[in-house]
Design a protein. Structure first.
Length: 372
């Protein structure tokens, strides 16, 4: 079955002209950053048909004459062709929004050849565009959307379920299409705790964390925020006993989630390290090499920071390194206990961000053994 990338034009392939939103002169033609390299890679390496789907409001009317549209449009197509990028189909709707024609996105009037056609795998196809109408068209087609915006904030909850990725970087689009999403969910339920963790390694730092321990929440949020991870952690633990089980089991679940999200680890940097925080120097070196090990060189004078016993810091990182199957070497020095442990968590986050960075142009397992 054939898969399709339904690609918007203005705001996706080219920068949409401000004010009148009409690409009707050569002076207005500006290609979207990195579009050539990435669409060439997609066309060369991936098995998608390419279909351009674009609304051109009032094309052919006095407000947007066709003779001003086609020369620029054809230059756009020829430039892409020169970079090895050719569209299998081009669909242009010329109506105005108030016409409410079925051919206008998010309507499917132009796309009849793909609907109920056993030759096409719409569930494995994507719409790529910069507007909510592109996401709505994806929903109408029964495929997923990639929104070329920094976030999904402009989308309703219903459309967010259809949107597989939101980014304004074509590098991220291509990485997602080529290597897949790196996300995982873990549910860990015992007689002592009930823990849910979801994680996206290629997120934007969004966190939703609740463990029942305020300081612990604050530290876990550092991992998501400074690691560029979308991280959800929900914990119901036996805090009436003490904090031990909540902290230990959260570390285990988070480590399992990281390990699962990394998958086969092809193309990752693998290693990462270090940062200062005020009076403290906190160094975290890690290796996602598949062998758990913890080296811990940090001393704390206080019994607790917030509700979190300082004796549990070592235990948290040991459980995390075991579950994630990573080497973890932690060293911290300084006077302020809060700064010291927060610096460790931030250094861990930056180390993770560095180590999980993926290069699809060198998509190999980073090991001389050929596996991790």
């Amino acid at each position: 079955m054939k898969k399709v990338l339904f690609i918007d034009r203005d705001g996706t392939l080219v920068i949409e002209p401000p004010v009148d939103y009409q690409l009707d002169s050569f002076e207005k033609l500006e290609f979207y950053p990195k579009v050539f390299k990435n669409l060439n890679f997609i066309a060369d390496k991936l098995d998608f048909e390419l279909a351009m789907v674009t609304n051109q409001d009032g094309l052919g009317t006095s407000s947007f004459p066709e003779e001003t549209f086609w020369p620029v449009h054809n230059l756009l197509l020829n430039t892409l062709k020169g970079e090895g990028i050719e569209f299998d189909e081009i669909f242009i709707d010329k109506s105005m929004p108030e016409d409410n024609l079925p051919t206008r996105k998010p309507g499917l009037g132009m796309l009849g050849k793909y609907i109920d056609n056993p030759e096409y795998d719409l569930a494995g196809s994507f719409v790529i565009g910069d507007r909510y109408t592109d996401v709505q068209m994806a929903k109408n087609l029964g495929c997923k959307a990639i929104l070329l915006q920094k976030s999904m904030d402009s989308l309703s909850d219903e459309l967010r379920d259809t949107c597989a990725l939101a980014t304004d970087d074509w590098d991220k689009v291509t990485e997602f299409l080529f290597a897949g999403e790196r996300s995982a969910e873990v549910r860990r339920t015992t007689k002592e705790t009930d823990i849910y963790v979801s994680l996206s390694l290629d997120g934007s730092g969004k966190c939703d964390i609740s463990t029942g321990l305020g300081f612990f929440d604050h530290m876990l949020e550092q991992i998501g925020k400074h690691g560029g991870l979308d991280l959800t952690i929900k914990v119901k633990g036996d805090l009436y006993v003490d904090e031990h089980h909540t902290i230990e089991d959260t570390a285990i679940a988070l480590g399992e989630c990281i390990y699962s999200a990394l998958g086969n680890k092809r193309g990752i940097e693998r290693y990462g390290y270090s940062l200062p925080m005020d009076d403290c120097l906190c160094q975290v070196a890690l290796d996602f090499g598949g062998r758990p090990w913890l080296v811990w060189d940090a001393q704390f004078k206080r019994e607790k920071i917030g509700e979190m016993p300082t004796e549990m810091f070592l235990h948290f990182f040991k459980s995390l390194s075991d579950a994630a199957k990573m080497n973890l070497n932690i060293k911290a020095e300084g006077e302020n206990e809060h700064h010291k442990i927060e610096g460790i968590f931030k250094a861990l986050a930056r180390s993770i961000k560095m180590a999980v960075k993926r290069d699809i142009y060198r998509y190999e397992v980073p090991s001389s053994k050929g596996c991790l």
